[in-house]
Design a binder for this molecule. Structure first.
Ligand code: G6P
Length: 369
C-alpha cells in the first residue's frame, strides 16, 4: 500500500497532487489548441441531439453533483442553453417532466451510484438522450448511457473525491466550448482564447500545489473549530459547497457552503470570533460584492480565510489569511480555487487524527439506496 501511495502519507494527498496530470490526461487528444479543435467523439457523433436540445438536465450525487452545478454556470454562459442540476435521488422519485428534446448529462466518478443509474434509466424511458461523464471504464453507468466521455483521472482511492471533481469540470468545459462554437454563441476569438487558457490550467495548478505549507499553518490555527462557513458567488458558489463537503466528510467538523449574498438571510447570525469563514474572492467574479460580504464578516469578528487572485491587496488588508491563486478567466477559477480547499480539509483532518482515506460511515461508491 505504501508503494501505491507513491510516497504520500495518504491516497487523498496523492490524488490532490495528481490533478495537473489527471487534467492533462483528460485533455490529451481532445483539446487541440493549434488547430482550434475540441474532439470528444461521444459528443461529435451526437451533435444534433445536443444542438436541438431545449434544455440540459444534469443528474449526479455528492461531489459529482457539485461538478454539475459548475456545469450549469459553464453551459448557460457559453452555450446559452437552460440547465437544471438535479440530485439523482430526488429526480428519480419526483415524477419529473422529461421529453425527447431533453439532454440528460449524468456525472459519476464510479459509474455505479445507484440513484444516478436509476435516474438515467428513467430519463431514457421517457425518450431523453443521456450522456455520461464517468471515470471508471466499463462501469454500469457507461453501459446504460446513449453516449459519453471519460474523465481520465485514473483510479481514485480516497473516499473524498478530489481529482474526479476537477476532471469532471474539465470535460464539462470542453463540451461547452465545442457546443458554443457549433451554436455560434461564442466568437472564434473568445473560443481560441478559452482553449489556450484550458491548456494552461495544469501548469497553473502545479504552481498552486506548491503553497501547501502556507495552508498547513492555517489548518493548525483552525483544527479545533466546531463549525465552518464557506462562501462563494457565481462559478465559485459550487466550489464553496464542495469545500464544505470536503471538510465535513473527512474532519467531522460541521461546515456549510453558501452563496455569499445569501449570508445575510441566515448564516450571518452564526458569525462570532470563533467562526472561521472561508471566502472565495477571486478578482473576476463579482469581486466588489464579495469584498463587502467580507467586511460584514469582519465587523462581526469572524475569522476570514480568503482565496484571492495573485496580487490582490484589498482583501489582504481585511482578511486574517489569504491564499493566492494564479489569474484565470472566471469560468476556469473553480479548477484552481478548489485546490486550496481540498488541502485545507486534508491537513485539518490529519491534525485531528481522522481516517482521511476512509472516513467513518462513508463509502466510495454508494451502490444501494
Ligand atoms: C459517495 C462518495 C463521494 C461521491 C458520491 C457520488 O458519496 O463518497 O465522494 O461524490 O458518492 O459518487 P459518484 O461515483 O457517482 O461520483
Amino acid at each position: 500500500e505504501q508503494i501505491e501511495k507513491g510516497g504520500y502519507d495518504h491516497f487523498m494527498l496523492k490524488e490532490i497532487h495528481e490533478q495537473p496530470r489527471a487534467i492533462t490526461d483528460t485533455l490529451r487528444g481532445r483539446l487541440l489548441v493549434d488547430e482550434a479543435i475540441i474532439k470528444l467523439s461521444g459528443l461529435e457523433n451526437n451533435m444534433k441531439r445536443f444542438l436541438n436540445a431545449e434544455r440540459i438536465i444534469i443528474v449526479a450525487c455528492g461531489t459529482s453533483w457539485h461538478a454539475g452545478l459548475v456545469g450549469e454556470y459553464i453551459f448557460e454562459d457559453f452555450v446559452r442553453i437552460p440547465v437544471e442540476v438535479e440530485y439523482a435521488s430526488e429526480f428519480r422519485y419526483r415524477n419529473p417532466v422529461i421529453t425527447e428534446r431533453d439532454v440528460v448529462i449524468a456525472i459519476s466518478q464510479s459509474g455505479e451510484t445507484a440513484d444516478t443509474l436509476a435516474a438515467i434509466k428513467l430519463a431514457r424511458s421517457k425518450g431523453a438522450f443521456v450522456f455520461g461523464i464517468c471515470n471508471v471504464v466499463g462501469s454500469s453507468i457507461t453501459r446504460e448511457n446513449d453516449s459519453g466521455a471519460y474523465t481520465h483521472a485514473g483510479p481514485e482511492i480516497g473516499v473524498a473525491s478530489t481529482k474526479a471533481f476537477t476532471t469532471q469540470i474539465t470535460v464539462l468545459l470542453m463540451m461547452a466550448l465545442r457546443l458554443a462554437r457549433a451554436k455560434g454563441t461564442m466568437s472564434s476569438a473568445d473560443y481560441r482564447m478559452n482553449l489556450q487558457e484550458l491548456q494552461l490550467i495544469p501548469s497553473k495548478m502545479e504552481q498552486l500545489l506548491s503553497i501547501d505549507e502556507n495552508i498547513k499553518e492555517i489548518a493548525r490555527e483552525y483544527m479545533l473549530s466546531t463549525n465552518c462557513l464557506y462562501l462563494g458567488r457565481g462559478y465559485n458558489f459550487p466550489v464553496a459547497l464542495e469545500g464544505a463537503l470536503k471538510l465535513k466528510e473527512i474532519s467531522y467538523i460541521h461546515a456549510e457552503g453558501y452563496p455569499a449574498a445569501e449570508m445575510k438571510h441566515g448564516p450571518i447570525a452564526l458569525i462570532d470570533d470563533r467562526m472561521p469563514v472561508i471566502v472565495i474572492a477571486t478578482s473576476k467574479g463579482h469581486y466588489e460584492k464579495v469584498v463587502s460580504n467580507i467586511q460584514e464578516i469582519k465587523s462581526r469578528k469572524g475569522k476570514i480565510i480568503a482565496i484571492v487572485t495573485e496580487g490582490d491587496t484589498t482583501v489582504k488588508d481585511i482578511a486574517d489569511h489569504t491564499i493566492e491563486i494564479p489569474e484565470v478567466s472566471e469560468a476556469f477559477t473553480p479548477l484552481l480555487t478548489t485546490i486550496p480547499l481540498q488541502l485545507l480539509s486534508y491537513h485539518i483532518a490529519v491534525m485531528r487524527n481522522c481516517n482521511v482515506d476512509q472516513p467513518r460511515n462513508l463509502a466510495k461508491s454508494v451502490t444501494v439506496e
